[in-house]
Design a protein around this ligand. Structure first.
Ligand code: SAM
Length: 294
């Protein structure tokens, strides 16, 4: 008997279980792209799991074990994106660069209006490693992820280094510093989870490093953002999550089931209280929420 629950609908497969068990169920060298966003060892609570290892070393040793499995599952031309805390990333970087080619060290940065550190520079970014198995054969759809090229193009500059001077291009492949706002309560994509990643972040990764029909795997799926975006972009997708309360989000978000163990799966009720122009508190609906800035 297996230690996990597995549900499949069309191009989506989701597991509720420990990734060490569920990854064994996936064929070796079958996955095109893996996005791994594990617990960061910073003391967060994910359901009944506390993200707290006895030391950095213990945490790194745990990461090496699931990374080894992920590498096994990746096709020879596959790509792996890994996130962790700024303090833990050096361990993973040193370990990974002996097994894969690290092509980019990405900084995902954002702003925060919350409480900020006052005695040191507070952390407003999270690192992402982009690695490939074969640096001569991997997917990178540069034109699918181009962004506005702000400097030269908006100032209408001419590039005189070219043989025939030409205006600067108006678009470019993004560099390795990505400003993408974090998921906020009032955003339509928000789910109840302490570290949900933005769809915009996953969209860039999935578009760049996979093609329609490819298989995209997330071994620490949380709210299954990776699977939701992969599904929307016509990729096949596999998500693994240990906590059943987040697995239930997947069943609903990915349109796999409307009930789980007799419970109806309903979207989060995001009614909240806000002052109107006269200082009077008024209830708003989730539809109205999306009209407010975040
Ligand atoms: C940082 S969160 C992932 C968030 C996700 N990227 C999203 O957008 O919602 C890490 C997730 O890993 C799950 N997790 C922790 N240990 C796990 C394990 N051994 N196997 C599978 N999932 C695990 C946690 O419950 C948590 O939801």
């Amino acid at each position: 008997m297996s230690n996990f629950i597995k549900k499949t609908k069309k191009t989506v497969t989701i597991y509720n279980g420990d990734c060490f068990d569920c990854l064994q169920d996936i064929e070796n060298e079958s996955v095109d792209l893996i996005f791994a966003d594990p617990p960061y060892n910073i003391g967060k609570k994910f359901g009944d799991f506390l993200d707290d290892w006895p030391s950095d070393k213990h945490y790194a040793e745990w990461c090496y074990k699931w990374l080894e499995l992920c590498i096994q599952k990746l096709k020879p031309n596959g790509s792996l994106y890994v996130m962790t805390s700024t303090q833990a990333m050096p361990y993973l970087d040193l370990w990974l660069r002996e097994r894969l080619t690290v092509l980019s060290r990405i900084v995902w940065h954002y702003d925060s209006s919350g409480v900020q550190a006052k005695k040191y520079f507070g952390s407003l970014y999270e690192p992402i490693l982009f690695c490939v198995k074969d640096s001569k054969n991997y997917t990178f759809n540069a034109t699918d992820i181009e962004v506005e090229a702000k400097t030269g193009a908006t100032r209408k500059l001419i590039d005189y280094r070219k043989e025939i001077p030409t205006p600067y291009k108006t678009t470019k492949v993004p560099g390795n510093s990505w400003y993408i706002p974090r998921v906020r309560y009032r955003m339509p994509e928000y789910e109840e989870h302490p570290s949900q990643k933005p769809e915009e972040l996953l969209e860039r990764i999935i578009k760049a490093s996979s093609n329609p029909g490819d298989i995209v795997l997330d071994p620490f799926a949380g709210t299954f953002t990776t699977c939701a975006v992969a599904q929307r972009l016509s990729r096949e997708t596999i998500g693994i999550e240990m906590q059943s309360e987040y697995f239930k989000i997947a069943l609903r978000r990915l349109d796999i089931a409307s009930h789980f163990n007799g419970e109806e799966l309903r979207p989060l009720d995001k009614a909240f209280v806000r002052k109107n122009g006269n200082g009077i508190r008024q209830e708003t609906t989730s539809l109205q929420n999306s009209l407010f800035d975040v």
